[in-house]
Write a protein that binds this ligand. Sequence first.
Ligand code: Q9C
Ligand code: ZN
Length: 342
Amino acid sequence: MMTFFSEQSFRRQATTELYGSTLVTPFETPRRMEIVLEAIERAGLGEVRAPNDYGLEPVKAVHDAGYIEFLANFWPAWQAEGRTGEAIPSIWPARTLRSDRIPRSLGGKLGYYALAAETSLCEGTFEAALASKDTALAALEHTFESGEPSFGLCRPPGHHAATDQFGGYCFFNNAAIAAQRALDRGYKRVAVLDVDFHHGNGTQQIFYRRSDVFFASLHGDPEVTFPYYLGYADETGEGEGEGFTANYPMAPKTPVSVWMQALEKALAQIARIECELLIVSLGVDIFEHDPISTFTFTRDDFTALGERLADAGLPTVFLMEGGYAVDDIGVNVVSVLQGFEA
Ligand code: Q9C
Ligand code: ZN
């Protein structure tokens, strides 16, 4: 399988993540990419190519212009104010106190465009986010042109990024950008299947009122798991989009057999509504030893997942999302991709 990866993804080297009451070294570390690349090489999965630069148009097709400008300008502006540390949002236009005002202050903007506080902004973040969406778009283009499956080794991940909000380690929603591009290239209906441990709240928000992208997510129950406020089973889409969102929240330690039954339901929906392309938001934080998650996947379960996805018989683009058991992330990812190709 062809993999796409950009060295530019290493430009984000954040040193802080707000975790409980302390700052820790981020779980979403650049080392993750090195481990996945090593595993791809060791397994002989196939060529790894650098993506082209697809510019900002495909980003603007999904994200708010003010948000893109905010991410592009934030770090230089923060530095110009003499701030040296990484930027962590600490105030939001919260539920009953919200307005549409975007304050001039960088601290005010930071909260306006953030959905959570664990993801610091730092030098190189915008460049890495651009590289990540290019990686997703290159994978999409390869599958569009060849019909062959492809893997976009995206970093930073994307599925928590909403129209105008970053958080959960995500800045641009790579899967949403690729799905929109697929529609612009002529596919009539696209499925985004999100198997990351966390609900793909950003992807859901972006397509919630639309019927051209079917979004299905299998994830830790938001009653007890990040991102908490979205991903409940009764969220099924709105207006035109009614029936085009499907959520399968599951309790901590849910057996893989139960998870696989939810996958069957999601794949049945994808077949029934005749999706022409499958984009898999591939988070391997469903691994049994993931440090921030509570599902129980083993290496063999990852292989079985890949095999089952291949049986769907659709042109398929895999895009990297989460996975924080760094030593195992490579084997886990490659197991899915090799299972798919078996
Ligand atoms: N105690 C992705 O997997 N913090 N993002 C969770 C757990 C945020 C995960 C805290 C997790 C974000 C792409
Ligand atoms: Zn995740």
